[in-house]
Design a protein around this ligand. Structure first.
Ligand SMILES: N[C@@H](CCC(=O)N[C@@H](CS)C(=O)NCC(=O)O)C(=O)O
Length: 227
């Protein structure tokens, strides 16, 4: 019987959602400690227990067999390695393939930073500039995706790269469509097919979606209001 993982998560946090998707996908026994969304909004202080697990005070953090850990992509890789018998297929076996997956995860962390300025912008004068930065990032991601020929980021099989990206696409699609009434993935056929034909049918992702689309929009409306 594998030992259980304790995860500090927040329903609005896409980084924490990465970890919850993998825990569900690999059927890893776990317990979720829910941190209120108000902590992310800065309107409620951070629980001491979270700061003990992660000195930077961010979710996700996990504890497993006495080891506390933070940084979502680091946690994903640890869980793949520590629970080998549970699945261990999302990082691949070949060193080059593993390196590709790890680089795609790094791309994800760098490129998602271009999602938020446009998603959350409330200054009409900046709208076009932020939109083109977002489009540049999406084109980069689309080109990378095409390099490995799909239907998943690293090729034929789902991997940690898909898990690293998908919660951010969920927020991008939801917030942009609901706030700005524009369809954002139409110009990127591979990403469109990946999100709607693969990920929107991937059970662990669907189970990890603890916020409905309208609640995601409400959270970001509130975020824009308080920040
Ligand atoms: N690089 C971190 C980012 C985690 C992060 O930014 N989490 C946000 C919520 S989505 C958070 O806890 N923010 C509060 C803070 O950093 O003080 C990771 O990949 O885990």
């Amino acid at each position: 019987m594998p030992s259980s993982v304790k995860v500090w998560s927040c329903s609005a946090c896409p980084f924490a959602q990465r970890v919850r998707i993998l825990l569900i996908a690999n059927e890893i026994p776990h317990e979720v400690v829910e941190i209120p969304n108000e902590v992310l909004l800065g309107t409620q202080s951070k629980p001491k227990e979270l700061l003990e697990k992660n000195p930077y005070g961010a979710v996700p953090a996990i504890e497993h067999d006495g080891l506390a850990m933070y940084e979502s992509n680091q946690i994903l890789q640890y869980l793949e390695e520590a629970f080998e018998e549970q699945g261990h297929y999302m990082l691949g076996d070949d060193p080059k393939h593993r390196a590709i997956i790890r680089m795609l995860m790094i791309d994800a962390d760098r490129k998602i930073t271009q999602f938020y300025p446009y998603m959350l912008n409330k200054d009409d004068k900046k709208e076009d500039e932020l939109r083109s930065k977002l489009e540049e990032a999406l084109q980069f991601i689309e080109d990378k995706f095409n390099k490995y020929k799909g239907p998943y980021f690293a090729g034929k099989l789902i991997s940690l790269a898909d898990i690293a990206y998908v919660p951010f696409f969920e927020r991008l699609v939801t917030v942009v469509e609901k706030r700005k009434n524009v369809s954002i993935l139409e110009k990127y056929p591979s990403l469109h097919a990946w999100y709607y034909n693969q990920m929107m049918h991937y059970e662990p992702f669907l189970k990890s979606r603890t916020l409905k689309d309208e609640e995601i929009k409400t959270f970001y409306d509130e975020y824009i209001r308080v920040k």
